[in-house]
Design a protein around this ligand. Sequence first.
Ligand SMILES: Cc1cc2nc3c(=O)[nH]c(=O)nc-3n(C[C@H](O)[C@H](O)[C@H](O)COP(=O)(O)OP(=O)(O)OC[C@H]3O[C@@H](n4cnc5c(N)ncnc54)[C@H](O)[C@@H]3O)c2cc1C
Length: 384
Amino acid sequence: MKKYDICIIGGGIIGASIARELAKYDINLVILEANARVAMETSAGNSGLVHGGFDPTPGRLNARLNVAGKLRYEDWIKEMEFPYLRIDSTIVAFTAEEMEHVHMLYERGLTNGLEAKEMEIIDAKELQKREPNISKEAIGALVCNSSIAVDPVELTKTLFTNAIRNKAELKVNSKVIDIKKSKDGYEIKTSKGEVINSKFVINVAGHYADVISKMAGHPDFNLVTKRGEYRILEKTEAGIVNSVVFMVPTIHGKGVIVAPMLNGHVLVGPTAEDNVPKDETRLVTQKQFDFIGEIGKKLIPSINMNKTCMTLSGSRPIEPTENDFWIKPAKGDDHFISVAGMKSPAIASAPAIADYVIGLVEKVEKLNKKKDWNPIEKTILPLS
Ligand SMILES: Cc1cc2nc3c(=O)[nH]c(=O)nc-3n(C[C@H](O)[C@H](O)[C@H](O)COP(=O)(O)OP(=O)(O)OC[C@H]3O[C@@H](n4cnc5c(N)ncnc54)[C@H](O)[C@@H]3O)c2cc1C
């Protein structure tokens, strides 16, 4: 039986971020992923925005890690080559009530640690100047200039490439089917029939993190789903918006956008559907497809939704009791850490989530840096 110091379960963007940052330490590290490729679940069905950090409720862990994560992206951008674009977020108000929310979000941004120069509130005239296709019914907006668009699938691949360069082992087609406590850690069995032993387990299994935690004897939390569906418009529609144009999040559900994509297409959505089955988190339904058309038209009346060439879907894994990121050691076992409830802004927070998890490991065991850790990853991966 092969022995590891740390086993990460889950090869989405959060597992990749933790693997990349943990690979700087002198440990035997393995990542187990159920699918044949990495980032095929929630990490492949989202808006891909490193949010500015004005939206999360102040005081929550996700508010703190969003702002810290956004700053830490600057290290990743220096060290690794992956597609990204610095782009404004424009949160558009249509009513006086929504305009009040825009002001509230500005204040919330300051409370969360954004600098005043990162945000501005603009009136209808200025909004029309910056976004000429926006609805004439819009009355103003909050603009945040510190967001970054990333391609989460490509970023996941880059992070894993760097982790592997630094001696981490990634095993795909390796669904974890059994976990038992052993005298020096955990015995983990995969669908390939392989059994590995690891001192620490880091459970980053997305929608299945609650299942994995229970499998290991830790029924500490449950997760629920909230599926979001999108339509992707042809490249002919590029230029219809200049920034990521949002509905006011607190009123219309989180993060409804019309946005330019890094590959030249335009993204419209997502919807929000509660409690879909775990194995239907990537479905697109006719009803939501039609509803996305209405969302697009509300923000941008001239948008041609008939130019839909692809659809996309993913679901936010939500821990309903705290409604925050659930990044905790199991009750009674600090060697089993769950990184769950990874709803938005988890991509924005990803580097800070990795730092936070390393902090939890270091509370139990000292980690020593590798002398030859190589943070540089300049392998250029094509956009998918
Ligand atoms: C509609 C939508 C929009 C979003 N927009 C944004 C945004 O703009 N900005 C932002 O910051 N966040 C956003 N998010 C949140 C973000 O997409 C997620 O937080 C992130 O992708 C979660 O990544 P993950 O690695 O935790 O999960 P996943 O990507 O789901 O990865 C978990 C992995 O675990 C694997 N796994 C499961 N069970 C097992 C097992 N038994 N054995 C081995 N492997 C297993 C799965 O196959 C999967 O690959 C959005 C989410 C949604 C749904």
